[in-house]
Design a binder for this molecule. Structure first.
Ligand code: HEM
Ligand SMILES: [Ca+2]
Length: 687
């Protein structure tokens, strides 16, 4: 079982803040040290074993293990996180999801621009149009997210969903506090490296971007008028503001009573008013490295060097970085001064140090490959080298995602169930567009593995620095001069175990604002819950159903996937079992053995990645298309892993083959291979 490989590290709680430290002090003794924790688990475990033995003497040994863990859940609901990784065998049908939404075609009928396609084009368009020749706008940038189910708004159009009894949904912050806040111990995952986090976010930024509707203002200041009004008469834009309870352990001492949550921009902002409110995805909805190159021609051109197929760079101490953006809006923002704001194909390049690292990594990788292609094909034009490199990088994104990342996130069984393995057969009836349920729900549940701190690790494996999110959000300055240390930090640090909570720093101090004494109005968990409501996601129980799980009639029916303790807390928050927010259920679901997510979450993620594969005419292993690679080229592409990318684009000299697997350099150094063995072979591209 997974928990066998995991460790609890109470010394790494990441709680540097005095308030949070104080809270940690108040924690029960079993959470404070290894020794007392182990003693507690042992006592509880032995008691549970005795009870289970007496109650179920004839069970087989593997049944007993699961039952014991269940028994521990009941006996000691306070040791919660340990019991959350039990094996579950839900009644999943194994079939893929069929969308039951009625609105998926609306935008295409009413607002989509006319497009003329070249069916013989070898390279993807920048905005993703013309991938599907029958429906050329499918999956293009600036088209809506796909819906698995119809959007749910109280008025059918835009006001937030209410509970079945007509009451408003509970405050997202209260939900976070009651269900997740006290579980902020950092469980480590010694099977997987922390590099899952930057990759997961990097992949997200390839396929998704939908900004807040800030209407020309760069802060949510226009919501100030919401603060003094009575809630029942609040204007529309105030409806999503998140209320903070007066006994909030973190924010109330600072008199912070509201988060200024701004709703997403809709198609109406682009002269296409649709009902219900419809959100456009600014990035191409294919895995095509649009975050490296841009989702339109103008951005793509602005990033090119127009020489030897290369991308523009900013050189610092002989190292390549993404070009600096001199006009960045965040230069003198509320987070302090940043001297480095990068520019890349996706606008979120500077959001945090991890994503900035990966944008820079792939910029370097592009230039490494372009250099190689130009060397072996001296007669190729700049355009040819650039487009061929772009085509290879898009393919590498797919290889790493399907061959390396998804098997870790979903596990082998889900990979098979959702048909994510094996050769791809293109099906033009399938839209690749990213589901709203995925981007505002299921994939965000993976925020639970974001660590409290990022380590910077030097070549001799000493830790140079530990940085918490608030130091690095929208301020990637630290990356400059620390590229290798940063990369090594992710590779050489065990991940945060997937668990039913986000780390404390990401829920409480994501953006530190000095005048709030270190606290600001941002809590990623509350935002994720509220974003689902803003975007009209159906509740958890409904998504369970389209995923082939049984519909819960009463709260206790959730016990197939959610612990009894959590069900009791859910009862205190929601009026009925039908009201629970999707992401809340997604985070609470017990992961299936070998997977990091539970069945409903896996179903939405699995469906998305199936459609990204079968609905993409340029998917790297599809044959018979003008953009198809040769079989030999496909073999070369399949040999490229994230380790090859990192070795060729940094000064790291040794690493494991599977970089998403954690390999401790002290104890398993024989599994760290020299970077000489990760050379990239582009000989199949020689003409
Ligand atoms: C350091 C790591 C990360 C940070 C700081 C971070 C932060 C954020 C923030 C601030 C948002 C926007 C919240 C909103 O206003 O609605 C967001 C959105 C999102 N995140 Fe993360 N995230 C991280 C890693 C990840 C990972 C590992 C995944 C998945 C594997 C992920 C998936 C998503 C998705 C799907 C969205 C919505 C997509 C979009 O905004 O276009 N994130 N994240
Ligand atoms: Ca894309």
């Amino acid at each position: 079982m997974k928990s066998f490989f995991t460790r609890l590290n109470p010394f790494d709680s990441g709680e540097t803040d005095p308030l949070l430290r104080a809270k940690a002090e108040l924690q029960p003794f079993w959470k404070k040290s290894w020794f007392s924790f182990l003693i507690t688990v042992l006592i509880i475990g032995i008691s549970a074993l005795v009870i289970v033995y007496l109650a179920f003497p004839s069970k087989s040994s593997s049944d007993t293990v699961d039952t014991v863990v269940d028994a521990i859940t009941v006996l000691s609901t306070k040791t919660i996180s340990v019991v959350s990784y039990i094996e579950t065998k839900p009644g999943l049908s194994g079939s893929r999801v069929s969308s039951v939404a009625t609105t998926n075609g609306d935008y295409f009928k009413k607002c989509a621009p006319a497009v003329t396609c070249d069916p013989n084009a070898k390279y993807r368009t920048y905005n993703g149009s013309c991938n599907n020749l029958q429906n050329p706008n499918w999956g293009a940038a600036m088209t809506p997210f796909y819906r698995l189910m119809d959007a749910e708004f109280d008025d059918g159009n835009e006001t937030l969903r209410k509970q079945l009894d007509g009451k408003p949904l509970p405050s997202a912050r209260v939900v976070g506090l009651k269900l997740f806040y006290l579980r902020d111990i950092q469980y480590l995952d010694y099977e997987h490296s922390e590099i899952l986090v930057p990759w997961g976010q990097f992949l997200t930024h390839d396929v998704s971007f939908y900004p807040d509707d800030i209407r020309g203002s760069d802060t949510p200041a226009h919501l100030d008028h919401c603060f003094d009004k009575d809630k029942s008469t609040l204007p529309f834009e105030c409806e999503t503001i998140i209320t903070i309870p007066s006994d909030d352990p973190v924010y109330s001492p600072y008199n912070v009573s509201l988060f200024k949550f701004v709703r997403s921009t809709t198609s109406a902002n682009f002269s296409c008013p649709l009902i219900p409110r419809t959100i456009l995805n600014r990035n191409t909805q294919y895995i095509d490295a649009s975050h490296v190159y841009g989702s339109n021609l103008k951005t793509a051109d602005s990033l090119r060097a127009f020489e030897n197929g290369k991308l523009r760079t900013w050189i610092y101490e002989n190292e390549e970085y993404c070009p600096k953006n001199p006009d960045s809006e965040f230069k003198d923002g509320p987070l302090g001064k940043s001297n480095v704001q990068f520019t890349a194909g996706d606008i979120n390049v500077n959001q945090n140090l991890a994503i900035a690292l990966f944008q820079n990594l792939f910029l370097r990788f592009h230039n490494v490959l372009a250099n190689e292609l130009q060397t072996i094909n001296p007669s190729w034009s700049d355009e040819r080298v650039y487009q061929e490199t772009r085509r290879i990088i898009g393919a590498v994104m797919q290889v790493i995602t399907y061959d390396h990342f998804l098997p870790v996130l979903l596990g082998d069984e889900y990979m098979k169930e959702y048909k994510l393995t094996g050769p791809t057969v293109y099906d033009p009836s399938i839209s690749s567009a990213l589901a709203q349920e995925m981007t505002s729900g299921a994939f965000r549940a993976v925020h639970n593995i974001i660590p409290a701190k990022f380590n910077l690790i030097a070549a001799n494996y000493s830790t140079v620095d530990q940085v918490e999110p608030s130091r690095i959000l929208l301020k990637p300055d630290l990356l400059v001069g620390n590229f290798d240390n940063m990369l090594r930090g992710f590779l050489e640090t065990p991940g945060r175990l997937a668990q039913p909570s986000y780390n404390t720093l990401i829920t409480n101090v994501v953006f530190k604002i000095p005048n709030l004494d270190g606290y600001s109005g941002f809590d990623l968990l509350s935002y994720d819950i509220q974003r689902g409501r803003d975007n009209g996601l159906p509740p958890y129980n409904k998504i369970r159903q389209i995923c082939g799980l049984t519909k819960a009639i009463k709260f206790s029916d959730l016990s197939d996937l959610i612990s009894l303790e959590d069900i009791e807390t859910l009862k205190t928050l929601y009026s009925t079992v039908h009201d629970i927010d999707f992401i809340v259920g997604a985070i609470l679901e017990k992961p299936r053995s070998g997977s990091m997510v539970g069945p409903t979450t896996a179903c939405v993620i699995g469906d998305t990645f199936y459609r990204f594969k079968a609905g993409d005419r340029f998917f790297y292993d599809i044959q018979g298309q003008p953009g198809s690679f040769t079989l030999e080229q496909i073999q070369s592409l399949k040999n490229i892993s994230l380790s090859n990318v990192m070795c060729s684009s940094s000064h790291l000299d040794h690493m494991q083959k599977e970089s998403f697997r954690y390999v401790d350099h002290k104890w398993m150094s024989s599994q760290k291979y020299s970077c000489d063995s990760y050379k990239i072979d582009l000989s199949q591209w020689k003409e």
